[in-house]
Design a binder for this molecule. Structure first.
Ligand SMILES: CC(C)(COP(=O)(O)OP(=O)(O)OC[C@H]1O[C@@H](n2cnc3c(N)ncnc32)[C@H](O)[C@@H]1OP(=O)(O)O)[C@@H](O)C(=O)NCCC(=O)NCCS
Length: 231
C-alpha cells in the first residue's frame, strides 16, 4: 500500500515536471528493480585525521531540545524526498535504539547533523526494527553508524565528513574496534562523506524487488567495485 502511495506521489511530481523518461524508468522499476547498498567499514585502530568542516562543530548525544531544529514542525517548504528522509529518521528515533548523536554549529549551538551510533548490545532491537537482512548481526567488537542527516541549509560545508569521523571515534566508548555503515551506491555525497571520515567499502547488500515491492529478496555479498559501484 505504501509502495503504491509513494509511486503515485512520485508519478505526480514527475508528470508536473514533464520528466517523462524518468517516469517510464521508474514505472519499469515497480515491476523489477535491483538496489545495491554499499557496506563500508572503519577500523578504529588505524589512525584517521578528522577532516575539518567549513564551520566549527562539536558532537554530543541528542537532547529533546534539539528535536524542533532537526524535525521542523512546518514541512511545507520541504520536497517530498526531504520529508521522506526526515520520516525515516523519525522512525529510527521512535524505535528507541541508542544513541542518536548530533553535531552542533559551534557559532550558534544549533543542531546541524544527526546520526545513530549503535552497538552489538542492541542487536536484537536493531534486527526487530529494520527489515530482514537490512543490517548484519553486529560482532561484539563492531558498531553500526546509520541514518546520517544534514539539514539542507547546512549541506556542502563538510559537516557530515567531520561529524561522522568524530562520532565514529565515540564507538570505542561502547567497546567497538570497528564501525560499519551502509550507503546506497548512487548516494554520491554520502559515499564521499564516508570516505573522508575514514570508511571504505567491504560489503554489498543486494536487494531485488518485484511486482510493486510485494517480492523483496536481500542478501549480503563481498564488495566488488565492478559489480556493485554505481554505473
Ligand atoms: C548525505 C548528507 C548527509 C551529506 O551531508 P553534508 O554535510 O552536506 O556532507 P559534506 O558537506 O561533508 O559533503 C560530503 C561530500 O559530498 C559532496 N557533495 C555534497 N553534495 C553533493 C552533490 N549534490 N553531488 C555530489 N557530491 C556532493 C561534497 O562535495 C563532499 O565531498 P568533498 O568533500 O570530496 O567535496 C546530506 O546530503 C543529507 O543529509 N542527505 C539526505 C540524507 C542522506 O542521503 N543521508 C545519507 C544516508 S546513507
Amino acid at each position: 500500500m505504501l509502495a503504491i502511495r509513494n509511486a503515485a506521489g512520485v508519478a505526480r511530481e514527475l508528470w508536473a515536471e514533464r520528466r517523462f523518461a524518468e517516469m517510464a524508468r521508474r514505472g519499469a522499476g515497480l515491476l523489477y528493480a535491483t538496489r545495491v547498498t554499499i557496506g563500508l567499514r572503519r577500523d578504529l585502530g588505524v589512525p584517521c585525521p578528522v577532516p575539518s568542516a567549513k564551520i566549527p562543530i562539536e558532537v554530543r548525544p541528542l537532547r529533546d531540545a534539539d528535536l524542533p531544529h532537526l524535525f521542523p514542525e512546518d514541512r511545507s517548504g520541504l520536497s517530498r524526498k526531504e520529508r521522506l528522509e526526515l520520516d525515516t529518521r523519525r522512525f529510527h528515533l521512535r524505535a528507541g535504539i541508542p544513541t542518536c548523536w548530533v553535531a552542533l554549529d559551534g557559532r550558534t549551538g544549533t543542531p546541524c547533523y544527526m546520526q545513530w551510533l549503535m552497538g552489538a548490545s542492541h542487536n536484537r532491537l536493531i534486527q526487530e526494527t529494520f527489515p530482514p537482512r537490512w543490517f548484519p548481526e553486529l560482532a561484539p567488537d563492531e558498531a553500526l553508524l546509520e541514518n546520517a542527516y544534514t539539514p539542507a541549509a547546512y549541506r556542502g560545508q563538510g559537516i557530515m565528513s567531520c561529524a561522522m569521523a568524530l562520532i565514529a571515534e565515540r564507538a570505542a566508548g561502547i567497546g567497538a574496534a570497528r564501525v560499519i555503515t551502509f550507503v546506497e551506491n548512487a548516494n554520491v555525497p554520502s559515499l564521499r562523506g564516508c570516505a573522508k571520515a575514514g570508511f571504505s567499502p567491504h560489503l554489498a547488500r543486494v536487494e531485488r524487488r518485484a511486482l510493486l515491492d510485494t517480492i523483496r529478496l536481500r542478501r549480503f555479498e563481498p564488495y566488488d567495485a565492478a559489480r556493485h559501484a554505481h554505473p
